[in-house]
Design a protein around this ligand. Structure first.
Ligand SMILES: O=C(O)CCC(=O)C(=O)O
Length: 415
């Protein structure tokens, strides 16, 4: 017989109250430390209801501390307290007559996103227990959707609640590539060949045949993402591009993101672009590898940042540069990319502000030639990146990206 949810979670907690970590940090108020002690005691007295109430109180109080100042000034003590609040809240919900799994997963995700790691990653282990064996079916109406049979975004614009018609996003055009400027493609080069011909001279290239064996190439589709991650809470970028005034970020579940921004295309754009997704959702991480060529770098595998980029057709990442080498692996859909080498920087008019100094002011597919007269003189290379291809973007090379289809890419930043 399957052990109960509570007994599974109980088995990964310390066996006795004495072994439960003493939570204290100089920054955390005494009253909250007392609440944490009481909540821990409730676990062992099997008063889970009270444990959950205290967890909620600790979460609410720490939330104010996390949001009351600049993120980089938030102390680790408060992030730790927030995670303990999440733990107590989830533990408290375990034996409720109607267990709300989505809510418990949301609380765990909030801990992963905003809190600090506690008790040897106990929150991730609870997520595993909650996710298995009750794997989540995609919500009704979205089943049967695969890579090849994606539901088409609706053709007729509907009306907003106020009666106005939302702006319709034009169907993205597939650009015609300039023959002289296309990025070369090579198949499975040896490490040494890649190093001599592309890494050392810092030249862009598309690699083929190197990720065909990754399970994501066969498995990933909108439906699959819903199945393994639908209930998970993630940060989503809202707005056409991050340089726009109205751009913002919001937390929502992957199902909400898919239903509202991928399957249904509102005038407002959403982009799931984040590095934590693979730490949050183990199933997705297991479906990808690390390109072998990363071993040519100086860092360890742990130093590689793996980012997920999941969004609808038409999603744009404005022209910008990053401080590391990049392998951008295309898993689902196609993307148009334009690259400029570092030597073209002056012609690309980076923003002056320190926050956006790595971003060009030019809307490169519709440049304002009066304002940016030298832009037209900048040399570039371009490509349409297809599923199964990896683009090598040398360090600090400027890159502009526009998705031509619903697209999922994974990038690897390495040094
Ligand atoms: O795919 C995208 O939209 C952006 C990718 C990117 O900027 C990167 O990998 O550094």
């Amino acid at each position: 017989m399957q052990p109960s949810r509570w007994s599974q979670i109980r088995s990964i907690l310390p066996p006795s109250l004495e072994e439960f970590p003493q939570v204290r940090g100089p920054e955390v108020d005494g009253a909250i430390v007392m609440c944490m002690k009481e909540a821990a005691a409730c676990i062992y007295a099997h008063d889970l209801g009270r444990c959950g109430q205290l967890g909620e109180l600790i979460m609410d109080y720490s939330w104010e501390k996390l949001n009351g100042r600049n993120w980089r000034d938030v102390s680790r003590d408060w992030r730790t307290a927030y995670s303990y609040g999440c733990l107590f809240k989830v533990v408290g919900s375990c034996e409720q007559p109607v267990f709300n799994k989505e809510e418990a997963l949301r609380v765990c995700d909030m801990s992963l996103l905003l809190g600090a790691e506690i008790m040897n990653n106990v929150i991730s282990r609870i997520i595993q227990i909650l996710s298995d064996p009750l794997s989540v079916e995609p919500p009704e109406g979205t089943t049967g959707l695969t890579n090849k049979t994606q539901k088409r975004p609706r053709e007729e614009p509907e009306t907003e609640p106020d009666g106005t018609t939302p702006e319709k996003i034009p169907r993205p055009l597939t650009p015609l590539l300039h023959v002289d400027a296309t990025i070369p493609t090579i198949c499975c080069p040896s490490l040494e060949y890649f190093r001599q011909n592309y890494l050392i001279p810092q030249k862009a290239v598309i690699l083929e045949g190197v990720i065909d064996h990754w399970p994501c190439m066969k498995k990933w589709s909108v439906e699959y993402i819903q199945k393994v991650a639908g209930c998970r809470t993630v940060p989503v970028e809202l707005g056409s591009r991050y340089t726009d005034a109205g751009w913002s970020q919001s937390l929502m579940t992957v199902n909400e993101f898919i239903n509202n921004y991928i399957l249904d295309q509102p005038a407002r754009r959403g982009y799931l672009a984040q590095h934590q997704l693979f730490d949050q959702v183990g199933e997705l991480k297991e479906d990808i590898g690390i390109p072998d060529y990363c071993c040519l770098g100086e860092g360890d595998e742990d130093d590689i940042t793996v980012n997920a980029w999941f969004g609808p057709a038409g999603t744009v990442s404005p022209l910008h540069q990053d401080p590391q080498q990049n392998f951008l692996a295309q898993i689902v859909g196609r993307k148009y990319l334009r690259l400029y080498s570092v030597s073209e920087t002056e012609r690309l008019y980076p923003f002056d502000s320190s926050l956006l100094h790595n971003t060009s002011q030019v809307d490169i597919e519709n440049p304002d030639t009066d304002k940016f007269p030298d832009f037209a003189k900048a040399d570039y290379q371009e490509c349409i990146l297809r599923p199964g291809q990896i683009l090598f973007i040398p360090v600090k090379w400027w890159h502009y990206v526009r998705a031509l289809d619903i697209s999922f890419s994974v990038s690897f930043w390495w040094s």
